[in-house]
Design a protein. Structure first.
Length: 382
């Protein structure tokens, strides 16, 4: 198939995906019961990079474009659309602004062998939602996050996100069936069955959550990707300081220790400033960087080490600009990176973000071999 034909087919599928929404809605109108809603999001990402060898000296640039189309069909059959366009440019290590490796519809393709032009399309959200009384049922590709702290998302068992990645604004979707049952005004159960690919990797889990005093707590148990887990999390305030604790026993099939734990503190001294700090113990990780699986790190594997610490600070004086500082350190190999960014609301529908990431550490470390990054991201909603 020629590159021009691929581009034409991609464009036709993209246009047809939205033009077909109205007849589908009309066909289903008399069949769906009340209280049933449909959510969806279309995702397209493309990028162009100026190729250079890995770790070569000199500047390196990449430009990316991402388009999100969201739609909601409510019980009254009102159809609403919201669009988002992200454009980004940065100098540094090549990466693509993807939201996940799988999707209901994935039309990825490459034009040439050098792969300096890439495009990808998928439905990252496509779910049915039904609410009745004290239970809610969600079926389809949706956002699932059990155990994820505010800054680093170390304990997210479904789709952990690389800390500080400016091109991944939110967690990708997971194909799942989820039933939420409320047993009290602030308590209830979540029952989940999720699948990740065609190779049989799936998750079966249950979680109970309730409020005890000033703390909201949850306990979950299940099996994910052929690994059993038991997890606990609690969050609340102590003397105006937010505290969050997460701990999990995760069957690692003999690779390291099965225990993981996170302690997070956050504090807002005033309405314009937010501070947080986290410490993460990652039992499956290694203490000696010479034991790293270099192939896994090169393929984007997360958290190879045993200990991490991170901090985040945001400052917004009440205007249209927000200054953010993020730092993450690998305490096992003494490598770290810092992200300094400024986001400004250009208009009611457009945000502009400019940032700089600096990496430090030895060549035999998680972050020491990475080059610094300068990025510029423009986001428009319409």
């Amino acid at each position: 198939m020629t590159p021009r034909l691929k581009i034409l087919i991609s464009a036709l599928i993209f246009i047809a995906g939205f033009l077909c929404s109205s007849p589908v809605r009309a066909e289903w109108r008399d069949e769906l019961p009340d209280n049933l809603r449909m959510f969806g999001r279309y995702f397209w990402a493309g990028g162009y990079s100026l190729e250079r060898p890995f770790l070569d000296e000199g500047p390196f640039a990449e430009a990316n474009l991402r388009l999100n189309g969201r739609y909601i069909i409510d019980s009254e059959w009102n159809l609403e659309f919201a669009w988002q366009v992200d454009g980004s440019y940065f100098e540094g290590l090549a990466m693509m602004p993807m939201t996940g490796s799988e999707g209901l519809v994935n039309l990825s393709w490459e034009i040439d062998e050098r792969t300096n032009w890439r495009a990808r399309q998928l439905f990252d959200r496509l779910q049915l939602n039904y609410q009745s009384g004290d239970f809610t049922l969600d079926m389809g590709r949706q956002r699932i996050a059990w155990g994820t702290t505010l800054t680093m998302s170390f304990m997210d068992m479904f789709h952990p996100i690389r800390p500080g990645d400016p091109f991944v604004p939110e967690q990708p979707g997971t194909d799942a069936v989820r039933l939420q049952v409320r047993t009290a005004p602030v308590a209830g159960w979540d029952f989940l069955y999720a699948w990740f690919d065609d190779e049989g990797r799936e998750a079966v889990a249950a979680k109970y959550h309730d409020v005890y005093g000033d703390f909201e707590s949850a306990m979950s148990v299940g099996r994910i990707r052929e690994e059993d887990f038991i997890a606990f999390q609690t969050t609340g305030d102590v003397n105006d300081v937010g505290v969050r604790i997460e701990a999990a026993w995760w069957d690692t099939k003999g690779e390291g220790e099965p225990y993981r734990a996170m302690l997070e503190f956050d504090y807002a001294p005033n309405s314009s400033t937010y501070l947080s700090g986290e410490v993460f113990y990652n039992g499956p990780g290694v203490e000696d960087p010479y034991e790293y699986d270099l192939e896994r790190i090169a393929m984007g594997g997360l958290y190879p080490a045993r200990w991490y610490a991170g901090t985040r600070c945001t400052y917004n004086p009440g205007g249209l600009s927000t200054l953010s500082v993020l730092g993450l350190g690998n305490l096992s190999d003494d490598s770290w990176f810092a992200d300094l960014s400024l986001q400004h609301s250009v208009s009611n529908s457009t945000d502009l973000r400019i940032g700089y990431q600096h990496y430090e550490g030895s060549l035999v470390s998680e972050y020491g071999a990475l080059p610094d990054i300068i990025y510029l991201i423009s986001t428009t909603y319409f």
